[in-house]
Design a protein around this ligand. Structure first.
Ligand code: NAP
Length: 262
């Protein structure tokens, strides 16, 4: 019998990360759920255990190197050697382009620290052990904002482009190591992050929340929001396969597999 995989999913307390954790736990993997709000991860992990899964919660702030080191150590204590990493934790704060209008250095630095450096440092924390074992899978949850621009989220777009660029280079550097890196790029997703965007649009434009949600759905090529469970199935497929450098775009219709990202 093969040994079950051990997955660490960042930003797993709610939204897309919680759906990925559920999909992986359902596949028989042991899953460690990490985020800053430990109570949310504990609640989600308890739900997965109630459904027969193996799930643990750790406190994790991917914006802080010390927190990353502590969370990885705790995750190993709880679940054993980690061979799957899902870099899902992320933030998105909208602001007009110029510093005096809201896109300050601090806003850029916060997005880069969490969305790019956080994911990179998580990978760096796990890569030595994965390389020694000759096996590991890392899937990054980037965004369609890694492939194109969107209005009022320059800091977010920049951080997601950085993450995809890093993933492309890392896939090349890890070739033949047994460790593989892949990236998913969802368009607007039905998650608490999008709920927050809906509230912001409604407050700033006077539209109803239903109208604001319809606006975001209409931005997606398929005209509807992507469901977290759709992303989770694709992430699981990437973790279970050989897909080094793969990039999968999810726009609410059929997932689009781009050629290996080189
Ligand atoms: N929603 C969309 O339309 C959409 C589209 C494309 C890509 N994405 C990406 O998908 C990922 C998940 O998004 P979502 O929509 O599920 O967002 P969400 O509902 O806001 O959930 C974000 C998760 O990330 C965690 N998180 C945030 N900052 C963190 C930090 N510094 N350290 C650790 N965990 C942190 C949050 O928990 P705590 O706050 O407790 O830490 C939460 O569990 C993000 O990377 C996002 O950019 C989202």
């Amino acid at each position: 019998m093969s040994v079950p995989h051990v997955a660490l999913v960042t930003g797993a307390g709610r939204g897309i990360g919680a759906a990925i954790a559920a999909e992986l736990a359902g596949s028989g993997a042991a899953v460690v759920l990490g985020a800053r709000t430990l109570s949310e991860c504990e609640r989600t992990a308890a739900e997965l255990r109630a459904r027969g899964g193996s799930a643990f919660a750790v406190e994790l702030d991917v914006g802080e190197s010390a927190s990353i080191a502590a969370a990885i150590a705790r995750a190993r204590e709880l679940a054993g050697p980690i061979d799957w990493l899902v870099n899902n934790a992320g933030i998105a704060v909208s602001a007009p382009l110029l510093p005096r209008e809201g896109s300050t250095d601090e806003l850029y630095e916060r997005h880069m620290r969490v969305n790019f450096h956080g994911a990179r440092r998580m990978a760096e924390g796990l890569l030595p052990a994965m390389k020694s074992a000759g096996y590991g899978r890392i899937v990054n949850v980037a965004s369609s904002a890694a492939l194109r621009g969107y209005r009022y989220v320059a800091a977010y777009c920049a951080s997601k482009h950085a993450l995809l660029g890093w993933a492309r280079a890392a896939a090349l550097d890890l070739e033949s190591s047994g460790v593989q890196v892949a990236t998913v790029c969802p368009h607007y997703v039905d998650s608490p992050m999008t709920d927050a965007s809906v509230r912001t649009i409604a407050a700033k434009t006077g539209r109803s929340e239903a109208e604001a949600r319809a606006l975001l759905a209409a931005e997606n090529p398929a005209g509807k929001l992507v469901l977290p469970a759709q992303i989770a199935v694709v992430v699981r497929g990437l973790l279970e396969s050989d897909a080094n450098g793969a990039l999968v775009e999810l726009d609410g219709s059929v997932p689009r597999y781009h050629p290996a990202a080189r």
